[in-house]
Design a binder for this molecule. Sequence first.
Ligand code: FAD
Length: 406
Amino acid sequence: MIDFELTPQQARVKEMIHQFARHVVRPISLQADREHRIPDEFLLKLSNMRAMMSAGEVPDEYGGEGGGAGEAKDNKGSSQKNRFALIGGEEMAWGDISVLMSLPGPGLGGPPVQFTGTAEQKERFFGVFKQPGLHWGAYGLTEPGAGSDVAGIRTSCKKDGKHWILNGRKCFITNGGRADWVVIFATMDPAMGRAGHRAFVVERGTPGFSCGKIEDKMGIRASETAELVLEDCRVPEENLLGGEAHYERGKEGFMAAMKTFDSSRPMVGVLGLGIARAAYEYARDFVKENYMLARALPRYTQLAQTLAGDKRLLDAARLMCWRAAWMADEGLPNAKEASMAKAYAARAAMKICSDAVQIMGAHGLEQHQFVEKWYRDIKVFDIFEGTGQIQRIVISKRILRDPPNF
Ligand SMILES: Cc1cc2nc3c(=O)[nH]c(=O)nc-3n(C[C@H](O)[C@H](O)[C@H](O)COP(=O)(O)OP(=O)(O)OC[C@H]3O[C@@H](n4cnc5c(N)ncnc54)[C@H](O)[C@@H]3O)c2cc1C
């Protein structure tokens, strides 16, 4: 019933991306962190790797390349896209998380276009990524005052002839400043609650749409996080995702925002694990090099036990992420499992990175040692894509409301 072995194709993709992460990505990691940027020339070189690591972002029918998995199906005939994405994502995050988050592609903007967009909209917005050069999409939900409280967004939208007028501010938007387009969530009227939500694709250069400040962050410093400003921004009616009829049923705009997370949360969980695995391996090698000859020392025993606990966390968390991805591939509802995976993996990863610094003592704080960076990078994994507290709310609602499935 259960097979934990990677298929030969999955194993090949994992190994190829791992070698790439080791020899190409990791070497630029510390410098990119110090300079808060990844050179465009470097990202251009990665274009041919993009297909491997952005599985499912651009659907195959709109020019995607099958996430390196081609048309690979499992023995039940299901797509393996989410599983391939997780396998590749972990390896790339092992190399450097900011490089992964900066890879050109639709990013988090992809799922709402895919789930909600009309055929014409998918053709237009995914079509951007077929053009040569660097192109990004982005996802604009968070606002000052509405992060966890997604339903509380205040960015307004009002119909005006053949346009919508948007006003408001979005903050902490990954790749927002350089994106070709951003999916912006807005409300017709806060009093309407979730039924008032609408999702728009706002293109760069739209009058009234501009980039505010670029955030200076503690971790993932080379990944761009931008503030976006909408001032009487005139968005053509064709850019309302799904068209007006789509929203007649009620909460479709809100659901477009939420559905994104069912596939992105297991991925985010596994990206945190990629960083944590890097930190764990670094600390393990440090213990081997420095204490193996003195195995009888109480210190060695203590450190070895810390590593054993971390390895256990790492493997358990990965299995939870893979299960949620498998469910997404099978088309099974996975909101609970996606939240469980993300919440567990983020906490596990933070502990593992913290242990790695602790194991190395003062050396763990040196800036040329990677663990110092990974310790800073990992914190955000318990914050973005829904904080740990929010994941626990999602899980508790589901276990009390839904029939048990596992
Ligand atoms: C690097 C980075 C990249 C990001 N990228 C994007 C992006 O691309 N697009 C986008 O839209 N957003 C993005 N975000 C925003 C991110 O999703 C939010 O930061 C996150 O949802 C948390 O919202 P908040 O920061 O406003 O915190 P708040 O919601 O203010 O939460 C503060 C604290 O209160 C707790 N809390 C809140 N509500 C509850 C509750 N009901 N019960 C218990 N505890 C609660 C939280 O768990 C947290 O501990 C990004 C953030 C960062 C840091």
